[in-house]
Design a binder for this molecule. Sequence first.
Ligand code: FAD
Length: 703
Amino acid sequence: MSGGDTPGALPSAGLQLRPGEPPRSLAYQDVYHPASGALAQARHVFLAGNGLPERWRGTARFVVLETGFGLGNNFLATWQAWCDDPQRCGRLVFVSVEGHPVDAAELRAAHAGSALPARAAALCDAWPPRTAGLHRLAFDGGRVELLLAFGDIAASLPALVAEVDAVYLDGFAPARNPAMWEPRVFKAIARLGRAGTTAATWSAARAVRDGLKAAGFSVSAAAGQGGKRDITQAWLRPEAAHPGRSARARLAPDAPREALVIGAGLAGAAAAAALAEDGWTVRLLDRHATPAAEASGNPAGIFHAIVHGHDGPHARFHRAAVQALEQLLRPLDPRQPPAAEQRQGPAAAAGSGEGAPWFDLGGLLRLDTRGLPADALQAQLARLGLPPGFACARPADEAGARAGLALCHPAWEFPGGGWLRPAALVAHWIAAAGPRLQFQGGMAVASLARCDGAWRVRDAAGRELARAPLLVLANAAAARGLLPPAGQDWPLEVLRGQLSQLGPAARAAAGLPLPRRPVGGAGYVLPTPDGGLVFGATQQAGDTDPALRADDHRANLARLAALSPDYVGASALDPALLGGRAAWRASARDRLPIVGPAPAHWFGGPPPGTAPLRQLARAPGLFLLTALGSRGIAWAPLCGRIVAALAGGAPVPLASDLLDAIDPARFDVRAVRTGAPARPAPPGAGRPPATAGTDAGPGGRID
Ligand SMILES: Cc1cc2nc3c(=O)[nH]c(=O)nc-3n(C[C@H](O)[C@H](O)[C@H](O)COP(=O)(O)OP(=O)(O)OC[C@H]3O[C@@H](n4cnc5c(N)ncnc54)[C@H](O)[C@@H]3O)c2cc1C
């Protein structure tokens, strides 16, 4: 799918379940597995056919690619085999493409009598809404990863950034669903392979074997199972193997897996946690004594999906991110505060007492004030193929009933939306990573340089603070100042924001109701666990004033009043009754985050040309994760995962065109293509005041 296409609804396979018969697809008039059983087929054809479990032994990570997830039995059998094997690989990544995903209810029904009930239940619990694109599901503490690519196979395979070890070819029969077995599918698979990548399928069709051969596989027949005469096994010939696309930013494989992350806000903590989960030893440095002391120290913020008619890169990236956040939060107990949470002063502590939830995943309502009826909004969702589990449109009265407020406009309801205390998420990440992740406060990084295969960071006095082969700059707008001049040319805007808080007693005295769930529009309001309100927020470019301002509170009260007739009285409230917090957001001009490997040309490497971004030379081991704008809560988890995947050469949970859309070098490459400067001096661009240390350094260099 290209960036500008609208996805449309994912077609249904028409699952039919009948007692005593294998599940069937009415759309393809074919069974999901033979009568001899799905798990037996998985073990014989796909596991044994790919030399598993033996082949994953002694490896840190093993990647399986499957065409046709179906009901997930091959995944469950592989996961079970991995658990049963004392010599299993460190991590199992299972990437599966499915054009006709079932919904959660169908999946549960299909696994009602599963021979692997616990694993099937875990899969059903994590099953995402049926939206096109990649969905990452993590099991067994992240050591088993399922990357579901929902969409047409011809578009999904080229969008993968992965290097795979084994391939399960398991679409419906070639005669019923030829699109899964076309020569271009085999070629796309070969592009994801490396020398020795294996493939197996129950199909012995001549066209399948010919297609595999044409794509560079050597093919042989093996004994069949479940009534099949023989099956097909294949392995990729070395001369047909392509250098892995995900290798573009990888470190030398023998480099120690040690990482430094600068900045302990949402961005840095997300990257540090993902790296630690992938086996890196991580030091997370911040100039403050405690994590989440700047923008990520806000008492609470909202997160929700968005719906955009064109469903372009921003909407698709945001959808991937918000679904990754939901996957992260769903298994957590919101009333279980992260052990290591550092309280960030009175503002953050409001409503965060003992046993108070630190997030709520109970949905969010976003008003649509364009004057369109709810039916028109619902039609837009249908056109985009966005299912009710992701978003639905509500008329004003229905939306009001769900919000517990009178509302004058129809609203989008996002079931996976909610509110969250960012500092608690940061603390969760630090605590959950265990001893692999060490936070060190009071470390104001002023410069960086690469020497002897490691990045060294120094303070303003030139003292070395730390070194590691992998360095992630996650220090918001201050990241730019640590780079050499050639790396400072991104169009970044720094926006001051002030949010307002009304305590429970003052809220009750003012007669302002507590919403049941957050409501957004031109502003937003969310209920705090102690019965107060958080609402806001202002946006001021080039404003470096750290003080809370009465005028900004008034502006936030006006936003609150505009959300609901129940809040009209808010405009008359005395700002002196309000608490609040001011901080700075860093935003790129295209409103997408800046995530990925730093290009080599920032450090004197070859200048970018017109070649694709994935071919651009990169500075070894240097990554950026910044410009989270007003979306840090939703974006940080996915962005952290992306950095860890790219750094370690693992399958990336984002389509390749979206990876390009957030690439730190995109502005430079666009500038070369269009002949325009990357940063036409945006009006109002400024830097936030540094609360400690310095945010400007002499610029890095690679020695
Ligand atoms: C008023 C307001 C309301 C908001 N509301 C929402 C909301 O509702 N939902 C939402 O998703 N987002 C919201 N945001 C945005 C969200 O807060 C940010 O997107 C997010 O916090 C950014 O995280 P970060 O880690 O990139 O930056 P930060 O949290 O600012 O972290 C950067 C860290 O880097 C450290 N650092 C900087 N320079 C150095 C250095 N040289 N050496 C060492 N450490 C350094 C800083 O100390 C800081 O801890 C809001 C922002 C504001 C201001």
